[in-house]
Design a protein around this ligand. Structure first.
Ligand code: GUN
Length: 304
């Protein structure tokens, strides 16, 4: 997989301390688009993503629409499988089983959350690890923990790209991840560790969070609490990545950081919106291309 753990100089997307996630995302999508064309030339078809959505959660519908639009933008095929909220676990498992063996599908994404009564773990575990572009399957999580090649989880990989865009090396740095979710906190801790960071994963039971935070050269906030992190948590010059997507007291979109307070103290910060958000789908596209290439190469090696 692409090496995102680099020590590159600051990219043009980083200016005035603000890390422009839209610009980083656009740069990577340009590369993915070119690689998708090259894939199509050698394989005779476009990389293809299957998106499964069950029920009518409005936020999920928007995410799915954005994913389909992003696929079109970079020249991928996307297929949507929209199922009713009362779909049974068996029906879902049967659909995934079919997609797993469909030679025209490279990536499978099941939009979460699933309707009540459906065992999400059972569904995720049914996705073929080689098509698991979310990197949620335990086999892929295990590969990530072992440092083996494979998919990188989307939001965490996006975070690593944003840190790299500042020209900051993770090696030897004190990294604090606040939040321990399976989607962000745990896997981003793994990526920071793989990049030779000294990583602390904090959570709701952590004692002395502020003191730990004040020692962090790189702080990733993935808590889900509006403006919880202010300047008093920040080491001067720290790189701050805000994964939060909350509403403030006026209903305005905001992160886990109090931007106005943190900005003067930090060395770099992602805005909300326009920071981490745009990166997640871009990393999904990169994973889908990686799946397409891997499946194609495996088939070729097998003489098919
Ligand atoms: N729901 C919210 N975020 C995600 C994600 O990254 N992947 C999937 N499959 N569902 C989600």
């Amino acid at each position: 997989m692409t090496d995102v753990l680099n020590e590159a100089a600051a990219a043009p997307e980083f200016s005035g301390k603000i890390i422009n996630g839209k610009a980083v995302s656009a740069r990577i999508r340009t590369v993915v688009r070119e690689q998708a064309l090259a894939f199509e030339e050698k394989s005779g078809r476009k990389p293809a993503l299957a998106v499964v959505i069950a029920g009518d959660d409005p936020a999920s519908k928007i995410y799915v629409r954005n994913k389909k639009n992003a696929c079109a933008e970079v020249g991928f095929t996307s297929l949507e499988f929209a199922l009713p909220a009362d779909v049974s676990e068996e029906e879902l498992l049967s659909l995934i089983g079919g997609l797993n063996v469909d030679a025209n599908i490279d990536g499978i994404l099941v939009q979460l959350p699933l309707p009540r009564g459906i065992d999400e773990k059972k569904i995720i575990n049914a996705i073929s690890p080689e098509k698991d572009v979310d990197c949620f399957h335990p086999v892929n999580v295990g590969r990530l923990c072992c440092g083996d090649p494979g998919f990188l989880p989307c939001t965490p990989a996006g975070i690593m790209e944003l840190i790299a865009a500042t020209g900051t090396s993770v090696r030897g740095k004190n990294c604090l991840v606040i939040g321990r979710s399976n989607i962000v906190g745990k896997p981003v801790s793994m990526l920071l560790l793989a990049a030779d960071g000294t990583v602390t994963t904090a959570h709701s039971k952590t004692v002395g969070l502020k003191e730990i935070a004040r020692n962090a050269d790189i702080l990733v906030a993935a808590v889900g609490r509006a403006k919880m992190i202010d300047a008093s948590f920040i080491k001067p010059g720290a790189v701050v990545i805000d994964v939060g997507m909350n509403r403030d007291e006026n209903g305005k979109l905001c992160g886990d950081c109090d931007f106005e307070s943190v900005f003067p103290v930090c060395g770099a910060i992602t805005p909300v919106p326009g920071g981490v958000g745009p990166m997640t789908i871009t990393m999904l596209l990169r994973n889908t291309l990686y799946a397409a290439e891997s499946i194609f190469e495996k088939k070729k090696a097998g003489g098919e």
